[in-house]
Design a protein around this ligand. Structure first.
Ligand code: TPP
Length: 549
């Protein structure tokens, strides 16, 4: 017999209509109705072992696909457990939808803490600073409309997480008409293109760009899907392109205009210093990328951004094109004449890269060579805030957008393994997470998730027996090893105990590269431990930044 449709069914039907294929969550008595509704649906529910993982996995999925990621949690502590991960998604501008329950609406008295199980006086307020919007389901019959508007808010550019709260009693409540609202087809759209305002900003930008002798393009995360348009503009202007962590891969490796170095190296920094015009696309020119604004104000700055306030909060811009990155770059390219000298720029960039690489220590160079040897062109790297993660983020050249994930929005240690679980559902290529021993130990319980769900993933743990980044003598050294050196488990035995294949190698050189290649070729989940002293932190690590020394 068909059961009566409930508020939970209404949410699930909106998710299905919205193209959601996978959710990450952890159950509680308050949200079990959603589990029941999902059980009868085509959406895969991945049962994780901590709510923080649910939100990181949703973020990892969102970054790998460009589509929204969905995390489900129960009331109070369950919701609160996601906060660090939601903050990372907020700072990295990732479209993540958090669906959390609240205590029954019949028991809540606004502003009064009554002591209902899992009650928080104002649960949504915990999320307010780290989401774009907080939404609350008002009644069983409005749930469908409420969740659809949350989905739409999450998809609309600029991306940020959205928090959707539903009182638990509404999930089980029968829909009055027992009818699920059908999809009107609108909310499958990721976003609507934003067009240039009809003022003179494009004309002024065109004049500035045409006059510039040494233009530079600075691409931020808002430019991640505008690679083609950025490449056209760069080729037309014969301008080098620097990509921030969020825009890695926007231009493919080998593109003649791609600097392919982090702006924290003096070689790349020189292009900023020499530029008489910077065109910042989809970037807020934040502290992490600009060495806390030690990069000088450029003589001229054009910003291309959906949000003009964001575009100009850190540097003064002569002109702002308020539009999507692709639209702004396309229009600007049309407004400037084609220049000569592309080959010369490409040679100059290759020379700069060679010089920077020659100055790198042999250890990290061997590690980067091992990565290049081991990883196929379609591999996706999900990195943690560990020394090898910083090296890969700064120097491993991705072939396409969304191939490398770095938690350097908020700088959240513990990102890589849980986010890689989400990325593994993107279906884009072999997924490799790289964590230090400290970062991995945030979520070792997820080995159970990976084994139970048979999630195809290569997990790399670099065990230097402590928080290497903070080690005595290191750049962020505390001056003591107190609380920095860590007891670590036998990671290989740990993984094996969950039924996951595991192997240990010494160091991060050739043997590591060979082992990694084998693991990546294996479709089964597996763990590779690299043992021994880690690398020195790279120049893209604060306070190694050359402008801050
Ligand atoms: C949530 C969070 N807590 C603490 C930190 C501070 N932190 C940054 S790097 C680091 C050490 C990382 O150690 P590990 O994961 O072992 O990598 P390693 O530095 O040894 O390469 C710490 C504690 C952080 N960035 N985020």
């Amino acid at each position: 017999m068909r059961r009566t449709a409930t508020g939970a069914d209404s949410i699930v039907s909106a998710l299905i209509d919205g193209g959601v294929r996978v959710c990450f969550g952890l159950p509680g008595i308050h949200n079990l109705a959603l589990w029941r509704a999902l059980c009868d649906s085509p959406i895969r529910l991945v049962a994780v072992r901590h709510e923080q993982t649910a939100a990181y996995a949703a973020d990892g999925y969102a970054r790998a696909t460009g589509s929204l990621g969905v995390a489900l949690t129960t009331t109070g502590p369950g919701a609160a457990n996601t906060l660090a991960a939601v903050g990372e998604a907020w700072a990295s501008r990732s479209p993540v939808l958090i669906i959390a329950t609240d205590i029954p609406s019949s028991l809540r008295r606004p502003g009064i803490y009554r002591g209902v199980l899992h009650e928080t006086t104002d649960q949504a307020a915990m999320f307010a600073p780290i989401v774009k919007e907080t939404c609350r389901a008002q009644s069983a019959d409005s749930i469908n409309e409420d969740i659809r508007s949350a989905l739409q808010a999450c998809r609309t550019l600029p991306h940020r997480p959205v928090y959707f709260e539903v009182p638990t009693d509404l999930l089980d409540a029968p829909l009055q008409n027992d009818v699920l609202t059908p999809c009107n087809g609108e909310d499958v759209l990721m976003s609507r293109p934003a067009h240039l305002a009809g003022d003179d900003s494009l004309d002024r930008a065109g004049i500035l760009a045409a006059r510039a002798k040494r233009p530079l393009i600075w691409a931020g995360s808002g430019a991640i899907d505008a690679g083609e348009e950025i490449a056209d503009l760069a080729e037309r202007l014969v301008a080098p392109v620097i990509t921030t962590y969020g825009a890695l891969g926007a231009l493919p490796k080998g593109h003649p205009c791609l600097v392919a170095l982090p702006p924290h190296t003096d070689g790349a920094g020189q292009f900023w210093d020499d530029a008489d015009l910077v065109i910042a696309v989809g970037s807020d020119l934040d502290g992490v990328q600009t060495q806390d604004w030690a990069q000088p104000q450029p003589p001229n700055l054009i910003t291309v951004n959906l949000d003009p306030v964001d575009a100009t909060k850190n540097y003064h811009a002569q002109v702002t094109l308020t539009c999507e990155a692709a639209v702004g770059c396309r229009e600007l390219a049309r407004a400037v004449p084609q220049r000569d000298g592309l080959e010369g720029l490409s040679t100059r960039l290759a020379f700069t890269r060679k010089k920077v690489w020659e100055q790198l220590d042999p250890g990290p160079r061997r590690f980067l060579e091992a990565l290049s040897h081991a990883l196929p062109d379609d591999a996706v790297l999900v990195l943690d805030m560990c020394i090898p993660g910083y090296w890969a983020a700064g120097f491993w050249p991705p072939s396409r957008p969304r191939q490398i994930q770095v938690p350097l929005g908020w700088g959240t240690l513990g990102y890589a393994l849980p986010a890689a679980i989400g990325a593994a559902f993107s279906g884009v290529g072999p997924i490799v997470s790289i964590s230090g021993d400290g970062g991995f130990l945030y979520a070792p319980g997820e080995l159970a998730t990976i084994a139970q769900e048979n999630i195809p993933l290569t997990i790399v743990v670099v065990n230097d027996f402590g928080y290497g980044m903070l080690r005595d003598g290191g750049p962020q050294g505390s001056g003591s090893s107190y609380g920095i050196d860590l007891l670590t488990p036998d990671f290989q035995a740990l993984a094996t105990s969950f039924g996951i294949k595991a192997e240990t190698v010494i160091g991060l050189g050739e043997r590591f590269g060979d082992a990694l290649a084998r693991h990546v070729a294996d479709p089964q989940p597996s763990l590779l431990v690299a043992l021994g002293p880690s690398l020195v932190p790279p120049p893209n690590t604060s306070p190694e930044w050359y402008r801050r020394r």
